[in-house]
Each structure stands twice: as C-alpha cells, then as structure tokens.
Design a protein around this ligand. Structure first.
Ligand code: NCD
Length: 527
C-alpha cells in the first residue's frame, strides 16, 4: 500500500474493499465533482491525465450502464481505453482469462481492469495472480474493479446507490430506512448492500420478496451483524398493510437468466408480488422515491412506466450518478485522489498462526494412564487427545477417521472413543507409537480438521511437548477442501487453478475468500 495515498492501487472486488471512511470520502469527492461539473467549473483536480494508463473494460456478461458509464468516465480521464465485449472477444472461446489479462497488462505502464463475469470472485483471484506477476517483472500492480460477478457483488453499483440515497437526503447520513424489493435472491446489487449501507449510521431494511426470491440467509445475517434492523414481507401488498412504510424503495428486476426452471414457471405470480400497481399510490409516504439499478423489463417492469414522469422517479438521477461515482473511483485507485484522505483503512486479514499454542511441560511429566489405550500403550510416540470432545459418539468416530485420512496416518497405532473426566462426555484419542514429531503443516492440518484437540509428544514415557490446537482463522492450501459454490472461481474447471481459501467468520462458519459463500465448518471438507 502506498503510504502517501492509501487508496492508490486498490482493487475493488467487494464493497468492503473500501472502509466506511473511504466510501464516505468517495461520496464527498463525487459530490464536489458533480457540483463543479454542473457549474461548469474547473475539473482538472479530478482528472488522471495519463495516456500510459490503460483502462480495460472486460464485460464477459452483458452490460449497458456499468460499461458505458465506465467508458465515459475513462474518457473523462484522458487515459488509454480498451473495450471488450462478450460477443466478440476470444474469452468466449474459453481463452484463459489470466493469459488475456497478462497480455493487456503488458501494453501499458499502469493498468486498471473493470471486469464483469458470471464466475464469482474473479477480481480477487486476478489481483493475486497478476499482482505476483507484476512483482516478478518489476511493474506496478494492476487494479481490478468488479463490475458485477455472478450473484455475488457489484460494488461500484452499490457506491452509486449509496451516493444517490445520501444526495436524496441532503447528505444527512444519520439514518436510512429502505425497502429492497424484487429478486433479492439473485440480485448482486442487493447483496452488496449488506455492507454498503454501513455508510449510514443507523439502518432499517424492509425486504419485500416472495420466498423463492428471498435474500439468502447469509446476507440477511450480515445485515444483522452490521446492526441493521431487518424485516421481511412476501409482497408489496403485504408490506403496505403494515404501518411503517419506507419512503425509499429500491427495486430489482427478476433475473430469469439465473433461475432454475421450477422458479421460472411461476414467473407471473412472482412478478406480481413485487410489481408496483396504481392502486398502491395513495398508500406511499410523502416524498417517496423509487430507485432501480436498471435495466427494467421492456414489457413487464416492476416499476411500471406510468411512473416515469412522476416525482417518484429517482432511478434516472441514480443512473446518471454512475458516471460521477466511477470517475472518482478511477481517480482514487489511480492515485489522482486520496492523498488528503484521513480515516480508517479496511480491517486487515486475521493473523494465521494464533491457533497453535504450545503448552509448557516439565521433563518429569509422566504419561498419564488415560493415554494408555488400545492394544499398545504409548511409551514413545505421539498421542492426539480431546478429538471432537463433547460431540456425539458418531461425530467423534467420524473425526478420528478424518484425522487419520488427512494426516495419512497409515502407521502402527490405535484409536478409540473414550470418556473424558465427565462420565457423560466423550472424546477421541489416537495413539501413534512410531511418530515422534509433527511438522508445521501437519499441525495446521490437525488444527483445521480437529480444532480443540491436543497433541502430546511422548519420549521415554514422559510428555515432552504438548500443543493445544484451536479452530484456525484461515483454512487453505489443503487438497481436501473446496468451495461448494459451482460458480466460484475456485471451482474445478471454472477458471485457472485458484486454490480454495476460507476465512473463519464467527463460530464454526467459514467464508470463501473469493465468492463469499458461507459454509458450515464440516462442509468445506471433501472427505
Ligand atoms: C444490475 C447488474 O448487472 O447486476 N445492473 C446494473 O449494473 N446496472 C442489475 C441487473 O442486471 O438487473
């Protein structure tokens, strides 16, 4: 990271890649730009003005507004602009994305890639792969901006949405009460709201969608973790029966292209639940505004066209804001803006080694009787104790089996399920008389497979070393794990060799570093 300008060189793969302070900085600068632009003032302070900076728009899924606003924003900056379309580029013919990006990267002194893909997590993967490549050849690392990846996120749409909400409220960021209506299941612009609405200090969210289109529970949980008050309704009709209706309605279209046949068959019924009707008009609070990331369906829009010329129309100004916010985003990551930024940067990644604690032992610590299990008591070797302690017996056996397979323990030894000191509680123990030491990788694996266990290295009937292993904050570099989202960039065959990588996000939940899918601990393993 650049010390003078912390925003320079930053990839924007998800909304959280900018801290809330950095997002507010973006909104402040956009406001300044928009006002100066309207007043025909001098805009030079915002302009990158570097013909050797390449901006590459790679839209491998259709796009109109995102692509065109970035194209116009790049033209504003007087940089080198290249545009690829899904239909005409060879990425359709399964050309490796990494090869293509590397080639383009070679054509400019600095580069910014704006990507739209069906695959989720592409920008994060490219940031890592091309970043390593740039370091190797001694060039400035390229920047990747996510212009929408599958059902995952659409950070720059979210920044423009929040800018629009702030503008509508005369820049008062104390409170937002918003209704999110439509396809909350597939809409990435809605998913990005789970973090993006943190730009407001207090947030109330009304989710309006039939069950089939409901917001995935992980995003709802994220909103609640962020302190938002979240409520749900199945249709606009139901929503309007309640007392506390929002004056800010954010609609999304039904993304039929991402739905299964079963849901598609019920299209007209689902559409009716989230389409605004004339009869609802007098039930709206005063000064209500409607927003929509667009496009609207030509024949069956959820915001019907008779509303276009009414004061409810907030979506046209919203769409124009895409131009201004994207000018500022490019200026920030190119280092043109940001040296006057003051505030917090995004939280750094969790420390990874904190899960192995060596417990001191004295030379005289004798092997306790409880380790002497099975057919061959251990006088020399290793004992793994407390495996899946307190779990049901079947889970303990399952875990013992997993440990043996993952650590490839095809050696002499014994194992079993035993009582702990509490007669109602069980744990697993594995005794390995031939193994005298575990390497660092093995310890990591063991902590990942059986958090909470202890490892006792025994010599001459004494415990010489003892480690207590807890649930690691990251699990990666194991061939036995995978992300279970088939659209994830790590999914075999989806892309080009990206290793699965998970962060622990509270309790026993692990989130994919790339596509953000949350997994229960047991689900990341392929055993
Ligand atoms: C959205 C998108 O692509 O996710 N559109 C946009 O960027 N303006 C919403 C959509 O496609 O419905």
């Amino acid at each position: 990271m650049n010390k003078e300008n912390p925003l320079h060189g930053r990839t924007l793969a998800v909304v959280g890649d900018l801290s809330v302070d950095e997002q507010r900085y973006l909104y402040l600068k956009t406001r300044g730009l928009k006002e100066a632009w309207k007043a025909r003032g001098d805009l030079d302070q915002y302009r990158i003005n570097d013909p050797e900076l390449g901006v590459y728009l790679m839209f491998l899924e259709d796009s109109t507004r995102t692509k065109e606003s970035f194209r116009n924003a790049a033209s504003f900056h007087n940089v080198k602009l290249n545009v690829f379309d899904a239909a005409s580029s060879s990425f359709r013919k399964s050309e490796s994305l990494v090869d293509g990006v590397k080639m383009l990267f070679g054509y400019s002194r600095r580069s910014i890639f704006v990507m739209r893909t069906r695959m989720e997590g592409v920008c994060r993967a490219l940031e890592e792969q091309l970043g390593d490549y740039a370091d190797r050849i001694g060039r400035e690392r390229p920047v990747f901006i996510n212009g929408g990846d599958g059902r995952h996120e659409h950070p720059t749409q979210e920044y423009l949405d929040e800018f629009t909400f702030l503008e509508q409220r005369d820049w008062d960021d104390s409170h937002l009460h918003v209704a999110l209506i439509g396809d909350l299941q597939n809409g990435r612009t809605v998913h990005s709201k789970a973090d993006g609405m943190k730009a407001f200090r207090s947030v109330k969210v009304d989710l309006v969608a039939p069950q089939e289109l409901a917001l995935p529970p992980s995003y709802k949980a994220r909103m609640e973790d962020n302190g938002f008050e979240v409520k749900e309704w199945e249709s606009i009709e139901e929503y309007l029966k309640g007392g506390d209706v929002s004056d800010t309605w954010y609609f999304t279209r039904l993304q039929l292209e991402r739905m299964g046949d079963e849901v598609r068959e019920r299209e007209s019924e689902l559409r009716r639940a989230v389409t605004f009707r004339r009869e609802f008009l007098d039930r709206l609070p005063e000064h209500s505004r409607f927003f929509h990331p667009l496009p609207r369906h030509r024949e069956k829009p959820v915001i019907p066209s008779f509303l276009d010329d009414t004061p409810l129309n907030g979506w046209e100004e919203q769409s124009i804001n895409g131009y201004f916010t994207r000018i500022i985003e490019l200026a920030m990551v190119a280092g043109q803006l940001g040296s006057d930024f003051e505030g917090d940067s995004p939280a750094s990644e969790p420390e990874e080694e904190s899960f192995i604690t060596e417990v001191p032992v004295t030379r005289t610590t004798k092997v306790e009787d409880r380790f002497k299990v099975g057919i061959k008591p251990v006088d020399e070797g290793t004992v793994i104790d407390h495996i899946a302690k307190g779990q049901p017996e079947s889970e303990i056996w399952n875990r013992v089996d997993k440990v043996r397979r993952i650590l490839n323990l095809n050696v002499r030894g014994s194992h079993g399920v035993f009582h702990t000191n509490d007669p109602r509680e069980f744990k697993g123990i594995i005794s390995l008389p031939d193994i005298r030491e575990f390497g660092h990788t093995e310890l990591k694996k063991l902590a990942a497979v059986s958090p909470g266990c202890t490892l006792n290295i025994i010599q001459d009937r004494s415990v010489r070393r003892k480690y207590r292993l807890s649930m690691p904050p990251k699990i990666y570099k194991f061939s036995e794990i995978s992300c279970k989202n088939t659209e994830c960039v790590t999914f075999p065959g989806a892309y080009q060799h990206v290793q699965p990588h998970f962060f622990r996000t509270g309790g026993e939940t692990f989130t994919c570093r790339y596509c953000g899918k949350m997994h229960a601990y047991g689900d990341i393993w392929d055993l």
